[in-house]
Write a protein that binds this ligand. Structure first.
Ligand code: API
Length: 276
């Protein structure tokens, strides 16, 4: 069958977006892995599926699959592209769009300069919510990585994140330490690993080794997790600019029980059709 899709990106974190409201397709993890490979398919960090909602108070269901075929709970850069996509495709005329994901509900809003503002929901810190099989609180957690102790802050943005402070992201061990933490047995659903350099109380630099993908040019939930971690430890103010290799996101968090607000761009690259 022929499947229509749109290629999009958020600061270089790139997506294949598929409307399953007006078309039908069965996409299993093997097919998704093939589509994620530019030699056999399209090539993307994540596949985003736009589906009818399962609940009457939601506008859409938003499903997310990593390049390795694993379905995940949330994707921040993808949420901004989701909003741009459903408006461009005229699947809605709403300017505030409620979507349900496996990790919670998001509220998407296209703001005047064309960027998208996302209410990402409140972070969660209990080890069981991350999940982290920890016998201690998940902040400033000392993780034994092959005999080396790595201090990290673990939390959930619907999906699991570990945040590590570094003096310089340019010299951070993203490629060597990232995969060993991503697959660490203490994280039974694996984990996204963020390396954060604090520049000032209103600015950080960040690189993320993403679960199921590897290092990406940007990670929206990773940017949220890094700012929450810094604010919680008294190192950052409420509104922080996060500069990733692909560009800068604006993140705001007013503290526990409050949602994290992320604002940034969403770009459409091309439309296509593929035989599946
Ligand atoms: N790799 C992530 C999903 C995509 C997150 C990222 N692309 C974002 O923008 O939040 C995970 O396995 O939880």
């Amino acid at each position: 069958m022929m499947l229509h899709f749109t290629k999009m990106h958020g600061l270089g974190n790139d997506f294949m977006v598929v409307d399953l409201v007006t078309q039908r397709a069965r996409l299993d993890s093997e097919r998704i892995r093939a589509l994620a490979d530019r030699r056999f398919g399209i090539g993307f960090d994540q596949l985003l599926l736009v589906e009818p909602p399962l609940r009457p108070d939601m506008d859409f269901r938003y499903r997310i699959f990593n390049a390795d075929g694993s379905e995940v709970e949330n994707c921040g850069n993808g949420a901004r592209c989701f909003a741009r996509f459903v408006l461009d495709q005229k699947l809605t005329a709403k300017r505030e769009i409620a979507v349900q994901t496996a990790g919670g509900n998001l509220l998407l809003k296209v703001v005047d300069d064309g960027r998208v503002r996302v209410d990402m929901g409140a972070p969660r810190f209990a080890p069981a919510d991350i999940p982290l099989t920890a016998d201690a609180p998940a902040h400033d957690y000392a993780l034994d990585v092959d005999g080396e102790t790595v201090h990290l802050d673990a939390l959930s943005m619907g999906n699991p994140h570990a945040v590590i402070d570094v003096d310089s992201v340019d010299h951070a061990p993203v490629a060597t330490l990232g995969p060993r933490i991503e697959a660490h047995p203490r994280f039974p659903r694996r984990v996204n690993v963020g390396f954060m350099e604090i520049v000032s109380r209103q600015s950080v630099r960040l690189r993320v080794f993403e679960r199921g993908v590897g290092e990406t040019l940007a990670c929206g939930t990773g940017a949220c997790a890094a700012v929450v971690s810094g604010i919680r430890r008294g190192l950052l103010d409420q509104h922080v600019d996060v500069t990733l290799p692909g560009g800068t996101l604006s993140i705001e968090w007013a503290g526990p029980e409050h949602p994290v607000i992320m604002t940034g761009p969403a770009e459409r690259v091309f439309d296509g059709r593929i035989v599946i």
